[in-house]
Design a protein around this ligand. Sequence first.
Ligand code: SF4
Length: 389
Amino acid sequence: GQCTAHCPVGALYEKDETPAVWQALQDPKKHKVVQIAPAVRVAVGEAFGLEPGTILTKKIYSVLKRLGFDAVFDTNFGADMTIMEEASEFVERFVHKKGPIPLITTCCPAWVDYLEKYYPDMIPHFSTAKSPHEMVGALTKTYYAEKKGLKACDVYGVSIMPCTAKKYEISRSEEMKASGCQDIDVVLTTREFTRMIKSSGIDFLNLPDSDPDHILGDYTGAGVIFGATGGVMEAALRTAYYFITGKELGKVDLEETRGLEGIKKATIDIQGTKVNIAVAHGLANVQYVLEEVKSALAAGKEPPYHFIEVMACRGGCVGGGGQPYGATDEIRAKRARGIYQDDKQSEIRCSHQNPMVQQLYKEYLGKPLSKKSHELLHTHYHERPLYNR
Ligand code: SF4
């Protein structure tokens, strides 16, 4: 468990929110929308006697439809969107020198909470891109609601997450209400979700497969690897490479960022330019990397890295605090294997190639980092006192 006595977000005390979701599902005035995070699909099966890492995405879509959700989306679509925005931020800073390097990822809310309390001086280094499920939430209550002729506040958004910290993230600031009301209404953990499936009496494992709803449900292999440590970095580099060179990467697998080593470092060659990256998971490792950066900057030296991925949980979200209890490294590795298998099997493996992402920019957002993208898909960070949020 990543949630020690120092757990920054009170995640030790999981609040059961299934009653609120059951109630919403009975409410005909609400349009119920749900999304699942990448790491959920490779862990739900464990509660039904399957091996960790078994990919159940299409059965999860089916059970969510049977439970009465009006639309079933996927956080992986949001992950593709996060990559579009974050890779663009990286290019802005690294190539065009508009903003400080290293750029540090921020899709983990336990990490964001920690940085606001312990590293507020590093705030300019953080990506302002919202986390994937918040992006899907904001787009559901704006773009999707407008298309459907629905009022934002009549849409009820549920996120099924491997994470207890996400419960706090949905109300962390006014920016989580880009649509005018809270963009995600409730976060359920993988454990709460499996309890819902079990109490529904639905024969989950024997359900036929289904597809997600368009367009906020269609994802690429880059979107799904967000669930494992190193995945965000790998996905971002696939797209940053294209943004910088105008060419597609020949080999998209980036083995250097994978696996359970606490800090992974690599130098990536983008057409003769060296990009130094670091991937840290588990807060002790994160602290180590940040101190390296801080001391280089304080000494007036070049920082050792240009781009850093951070996840609070060991193994990344596959080892999250909302996953089935009792994760070991063996279980984390098996879940991660499921994630990389899903990527490998995907026809499209880079976020910028997702046709639905392209359509969304064309129809609605313009381009990454546009005014509208900033309004809906970005956030800001503020120093927070240690004991009084
Ligand atoms: Fe949540 Fe852990 Fe993933 Fe961070 S790494 S988003 S705390 S599950």
